[in-house]
Design a protein around this ligand. Structure first.
Ligand SMILES: [Zn+2]
Length: 354
């Protein structure tokens, strides 16, 4: 492990240019900096290398939010707020778009999946398996009577795009990570060329025309974005009328049961069923089918509209907030934090069942 880490860092720092010529040419100075930011991202008791800005709730816009955690699961300093109107968890200060773009272009995969230059073999096998089952579920729902245009929003190493292309769909995807995106492009060209395409870049830079797709998937992506409503607006615009969005994001109510493990730099947002549904309805989507609490198949319908906030997820958390933050010391932090969140979760579940 140590040898792997050392050699990876050496490569990331630019010593092993011969190995990664293509990637280095593409990313230039960012890639050389990636090794340094990787170190900064892993060192406990320090903050992450970003400045960000204090924001109000990025889903409902409410200003009644408070800090509920000061550290993340790596014991790094990371401030997480909770919105007391819609219950969203979010990193605050929130990284800027440029900071997130830089992180995803060069650091994220190395840091979270220990993957350098290309996805690890185990990752590829797991993703292939997931893509097979997801493509089968998606094609079951959207049918295949005529050429169907499909987009995977944040496609990683492109397994789902390939699986859909192989099934005969016109499949597209984009990915901000340079290494994974290039890998996906090469594999897609090998397996299914033609009208299928993967682009490398941030979602903000994607300029697909309106009504370009009949189906869009957004799988474990929304929680990484600092402006989820703008992203949903783009998806809504790119989807044809009646088009289907298939969306999955981690369910914070599940995560909550795991304690503080849910907080880390990559997930700048933490949704649960109700605030996710609120965000989607407000963006002009209507639920078609719900697989699990935060796994939805949605159909686009009409214009974005104001959805009524009928849930008060944050109520119980608010009650416990003072206990959350009062008197937290380093050593008691994990235990207390985990216990409090569990208590809150239990109350939420009990309330939702009554
Ligand atoms: Zn909110």
């Amino acid at each position: 492990m140590l040898i792997q880490l050392a050699s990876a860092l050496i490569r990331e720092l630019g010593v092993g240019l011969a190995v990664s010529e293509k990637a280095f040419q593409k990313m230039g100075v960012f890639r050389r900096m990636a090794g340094l930011s990787l170190l900064q991202n892993l060192l406990p008791f320090t903050g992450y290398p970003y400045e960000g800005a204090i924001i109000d709730c990025p889903v409902c816009g409410a200003s009644n939010h408070k800090q509920i955690a000061r550290f993340d699961r790596r014991l790094k300093r990371l401030s997480t707020h909770m919105c007391f109107t819609c219950g969203l968890f979010f990193t605050n200060p929130m990284p800027s778009s440029a900071e997130l773009d830089r992180f995803y272009a060069a650091t994220y995969r190395a840091e979270y999946q220990f993957a350098f230059l290309r996805p690890r073999k185990t990752h590829q096998i797991r993703k292939q398996r997931e893509a097979d089952s997801r493509s089968s579920r998606i094609s079951e729902i959207i049918g295949f009577n005529e050429p169907v245009r499909f987009l995977d929003f944040g496609c990683g190493s492109g397994e789902l795009v390939r699986a859909m292309a192989v099934r005969g769909y016109e499949a597209h995807g984009f990915e901000p990570g340079v290494d994974y995106g290039s890998f996906g492009q090469d594999k897609l060209a090998e397996d299914a060329g033609g009208a299928n395409a993967i682009r490398v870049g941030s979602w903000r830079d994607m300029d697909y025309p309106a009504n370009s797709f009949d189906a869009i998937s957004c799988l474990h992506v929304l929680e990484h974005l600092n402006d989820p409503m703008a992203a949903l607006e783009k998806i809504h615009d790119w989807l044809a009328d009646g088009g289907v969005l298939y969306l999955e994001t981690p369910n914070m109510q599940n995560y909550v049961l795991k304690g503080f493990d849910c907080f880390h730099f990559a997930h700048v947002l933490g949704f649960s069923r109700d605030n996710l549904l609120f965000a989607l309805e407000k963006s002009g989507f209507q639920m078609l089918r719900e697989d699990r609490p935060t796994s939805f198949l949605l159909v686009k319908k009409g214009d974005p509209r104001g959805a009524a906030l009928v849930y008060d997820l944050a109520g119980a958390v608010k009650k416990n907030h003072s206990e959350f933050t009062a008197g937290i010391t380093l050593f008691s932090y994990l235990k207390r934090h985990s216990r409090r969140i569990k208590k809150v979760a239990k109350e939420e579940i009990r309330a939702s069942q009554s």
